[in-house]
Structures are given as structure tokens and as C-alpha cells.
Design a protein around this ligand. Structure first.
Ligand code: PGA
Length: 254
């Protein structure tokens, strides 16, 4: 069956020393305290990846992810980072389509499908993000918005490819705001997304894909969120910058 995952998206925070310190704390505390079989993914800024990967290499359940990648293989793309580079640095996962990439950097569904393709072809696993803005939820367009993002970003792929994808549902109104979706709202959307995958592929495929919730996940709400049948873990921003909080979140799986 599908995996439970706690992923920490550090965003543009911490210098290299701070990143290595946080990674070692999380790795050591996870080894000492965590008894469940959840996979932990540390997602630092690009320049920290090698350092964090060296620390994570000795751990069985901690992997490293990247926050973004280019959809191009190589060449004259100043400032970009390719999937092959990330793979050579020991990265296993790449976040694609975080709402900050969609909103601040104008990444559209076509580019995100292309990035997802590059990640899959490069042999890494995409963490594909979707999520509606507040106005879409208020106008009850939230199912339609997530459906369109998933269809355009993911449904061009084969069943074998889609099985490599982790989906993260992150309602934009809950990211970094301290407002969390209720466990009922999260479960409702996760079940809806799983239903979309079942309709496009099949139920077995849908049941094999981990769907993470993101948006103000904290030690105080993780247990209830992760207890929902279709919530397979979290993509955690702010709380992943504090080792104590993040490890408590990792410990929140039943
Ligand atoms: P947050 O961020 O936990 O700080 O709300 C989540 C995310 O953006 O992935």
C-alpha cells in the first residue's frame, strides 16, 4: 500500500551551517524517537542539498528533495538546475508546482506538466502540488480548480509514471497563514483527488499514490490530519524549520 510521508519544505530559509545543523538534528532525533515507518523527506534550498544528503546517507528513512527544477535537460539556461544534476547530488524527490512557484514565478500548467515529465524521465519522483486560493473556496470552485490542476499537470502520464508521483494538496489560504484546513476539509479534497485518479487510471493505482496535505501543519494538528483515511502525510513549511516540531509531526502517524 501507499507510504506515509512527512516532507519538510524549508523554502528560502537558513544558511548552509544552519541547514546542516537542522538536518542533523532531524536525522538524529528521528533515529532516536520515531518508531513508525513514515518516510521523511528534507527539502532544503539547492545549495544545501549536497551537505544535507551526506548527512542523510546513513539514515534508512530520511531522503532529500529539491524545491524546483528546470524542465530542460542541459544547456544555456542561466540560473537553472536540471533533474540530472539533482539526481547526481543524491536527490530522490522534486517539488513541482508549489503555489509560490505558480503565483510568484508565474509557472503555468503547461510548464508544470513539462517539469513533471522531466522529473519522471530523469528517474526521480515528483511531489506535485495543487490547491485553490481563498476566493475559489469561497465561490465553491475548489473542486474544479484542483481537478483542472491535476488533469493538466498529471493526466498526460502513463499508469507506471503516475505511480511514481506524490501529490500534495495545499490550499493556498492555509499556507504560512496559521490557518489549517480542517481535517474534514482535507479528507474531503484528498478523497476527491483519489477519485479523479481512480477514474483516469484505476482504483488500485489511486490507492497506491500518497496524497499529502500542506498548509500550516503543526505538531498540534498533525495527528488529526494524518488520521484521515486519505491523508497520507504532510508537506510542512514553517514547522519543518524547527527540529522539535518537525520530529513531533513525523511521530504523529498512527
Ligand atoms: P506552511 O507551508 O506549513 O508554512 O504553511 C506549507 C508549504 O508551503 O509547503
Amino acid at each position: 500500500m501507499r507510504k506515509n510521508i512527512a516532507a519538510g519544505n524549508w523554502k528560502m530559509n537558513l544558511d548552509l551551517d544552519g541547514g546542516k545543523k537542522l538536518a542533523s538534528e532531524v536525522i538524529n532525533m528521528t533515529a532516536d524517537e520515531v518508531t513508525n515507518d513514515a518516510e521523511v523527506i528534507l527539502i532544503p534550498p539547492f545549495v544545501h542539498i549536497s551537505g544535507v544528503q551526506q548527512l542523510a546517507a546513513s539514515s534508512n528513512n530520511v531522503s532529500v528533495g529539491a524545491q524546483n527544477c528546470s524542465d530542460q535537460e542541459s544547456g544555456a539556461f542561466t540560473g537553472e538546475i536540471s533533474v540530472a544534476m539533482l539526481k547526481s547530488a543524491g536527490v530522490d524527490y522534486v517539488v513541482v508546482g508549489h503555489s509560490e512557484r505558480r503565483e510568484i514565478f508565474g509557472e503555468d500548467d503547461t510548464l508544470l506538466a513539462s517539469k513533471t515529465k522531466a522529473v519522471l524521465e530523469g528517474g526521480l519522483k515528483p511531489i506535485f502540488c495543487c490547491g485553490e486560493k481563498l476566493e475559489s473556496r469561497e465561490s465553491e470552485q475548489h473542486f474544479a480548480v484542483n481537478k483542472a490542476q491535476i488533469e493538466r499537470g498529471l493526466f498526460g502520464f502513463s499508469k507506471e509514471e503516475i505511480l511514481q508521483v506524490v501529490i500534495a494538496y495545499e490550499p493556498v489560504w492555509a499556507i504560512g497563514t496559521g490557518v489549517t484546513a480542517s481535517s474534514e476539509q482535507a479528507q474531503e479534497m484528498h478523497a476527491y483527488i483519489r477519485g479523479l485518479i481512480a477514474a483516469q487510471y484505476d482504483q488500485e493505482t489511486a490507492d497506491s499514490i500518497s496524497i499529502l496535505y500542506g498548509g500550516s501543519v503543526k505538531p498540534g494538528n498533525a495527528k488529526e490530519l494524518f488520521a484521515q483515511p486519505d491523508v497520507d502525510g504532510g508537506l510542512v513549511g514553517g514547522a519543518s524549520l524547527k527540529s522539535r516540531d518537525f520530529v513531533d509531526i513525523i511521530k504523529s502517524f498512527e
